[in-house]
Design a protein around this ligand. Structure first.
Ligand code: NAD
Length: 394
């Protein structure tokens, strides 16, 4: 079947197998170009490993550090009529590349929040690897079924206390207008914390520790974002920010639990980037397209793979924590020489001057690339095997 992009709001409902494979291959090349990574982990579990930051973490660990990887994700396989989700094709391509490089890779498709998934992964670690020495927690999910109570929680992106009005970009049409987001109500905060907070991260580590599957010196990472003040009402001080605060609470709890093994838990604050998760946040895509323009001109623009390469190559052995103990991969984004022009442009930007001030083309092409479209060297007129399997899943 020939696969073309079908964009619906902020998602693309199709994905291109060869294009996703090329996207994975390009990321592998970025890591290999930096040469081998030394001092990093050798047996890595990535929870949320199929797209965005999790996929890039898996690639950096495997192809930089030669690590065996286990990846957990929630993706839809394709069938005769409908293409799979991008993360499915990414994972298929990752496994093929890993096998060709002689690297162990095994993937699990299902609900990472469930006890069943944890049991499946634990059985695989026992059978294949003995222990893991790094756990990456990179889930972005709109809902969670609690494994103990069966309660279903929904994560929302809302300000707290009062409504928030700011500029917003329709990334499909290039129209800059205004959006007003009503404040969180009822138990929105608690629900968002239940989905995107740290409870499940802790449950994963507890389950692994209980089975003695955590090697001495293990490090575990969960990802967060802070960003500039203009986004704080919807991000840092909003419902999602409360969930990220909860990650920091759990990071301290996990530090205590890992200390007897000489292990360490980290929250890594990463750069704002186009991913399936970030494109759903109001206001943020306009900020990202203004940011890309300035950072590309500055020569410091990074994508998920460069960020995760930096995490494993530099910060794994030299974390350089901030004053509250977080790793800051958003350091370049937050430099005054980047933020000042971005914020100045934020106040000036309109539909009319969008092309001059913002990297809307970069935003749109990054978005399409997430689904395997617009990659160089891919024949988009060729017949695609949309029902392809992820080798370890079948
Ligand atoms: P993403 O949407 O690209 O990836 C989410 C991953 O989670 C995918 O692998 C998906 O399959 C998996 N997933 C979702 N629900 C699942 C479930 N129930 N069970 C198993 N797997 C599930 O998102 P991303 O942007 O890479 O976000 C990853 C983390 O990075 C999040 O914590 C996010 O807040 C953080 N972060 C993102 C940005 C950004 O700008 N994108 C910046 C800083 C931090």
């Amino acid at each position: 079947m020939i696969v073309a992009p079908k964009i619906r709001g902020f998602i693309c409902t199709t994905a291109h197998p060869d294009g996703c494979a090329k996207h994975v291959a390009e990321q592998i090349a970025v890591v290999k170009n930096g040469g081998p990574i030394s001092g990093g982990p050798k047996k890595v579990l990535v929870i949320g490993s199929s797209t965005g930051y999790g996929l890039s973490s898996r690639i950096a660990a495997a192809f930089g550090n030669g690590a065996a990887t286990l990846g957990v994700f929630f993706e839809k396989p394709g069938d005769a009529e409908k293409s799979a989700t991008a993360g499915w094709y990414n994972s298929a391509a990752f496994e093929k590349e890993a096998a060709a490089a002689g690297l162990y890779a095994r993937s699990f498709n299902g609900d990472a929040f469930s006890d069943e998934m944890k049991a499946e992964v634990i059985a695989a670690i026992k059978a294949d690897l003995g222990q893991v020495d790094c756990v990456i927690y990179s889930l972005a999910s709109p809902r969670r079924t609690h494994p103990k109570t069966g309660g279903v929680f929904r994560s929302v992106l809302k300000p707290i206390g009062q409504s928030y009005t700011n500029k917003n970009l329709n990334t499909n049409t290039g129209v800059v207008d205004e959006v007003t987001i009503q404040p969180a109500e009822d138990d929105d905060v608690a629900q968002t914390v239940a989905v995107m907070g740290g409870e499940d991260w802790e449950m994963w580590l507890d389950a692994l520790l209980a089975e003695n599957l955590i090697a001495p010196g293990t490090q575990t990472f969960a990802y967060s974002y802070i960003g500039p003040e203009l986004t704080w009402p919807i991000y840092k001080n909003g419902t999602i920010g409360k969930a990220k605060e909860d990650l920091e609470r759990v990071q301290r709890v996990l530090d205590t639990k890992l200390a007897p093994l000489g292990g360490k838990a980290w929250v890594s604050v990463n750069k704002a980037l186009v991913t399936q998760a970030s494109s759903a946040i109001p206001v943020v895509p306009l900020y990202i397209s203004l940011l890309y323009k300035v950072m590309k001109a500055d020569g410091t623009h990074e994508d998920c793979i460069e960020q995760m390469d930096r995490l494993f190559r530099e910060r794994y052995t030299d974390p350089q924590p901030d004053e509250v103990g977080r790793i800051r991969l958003d350091d370049w984004e937050m430099e005054a020489r980047i933020q000042q022009p971005v914020i100045a442009n934020w106040h000036k930007v309109t539909t009319e001057n969008l092309l001059q001030l913002a990297d809307i083309e970069g935003y749109q092409s990054s978005f399409l690339r997430l689904f395997g479209f617009g990659l160089e060297g891919v024949d988009y007129d060729s017949d695609q095997d949309i029902a392809m399997k992820v080798p370890s899943i079948g």
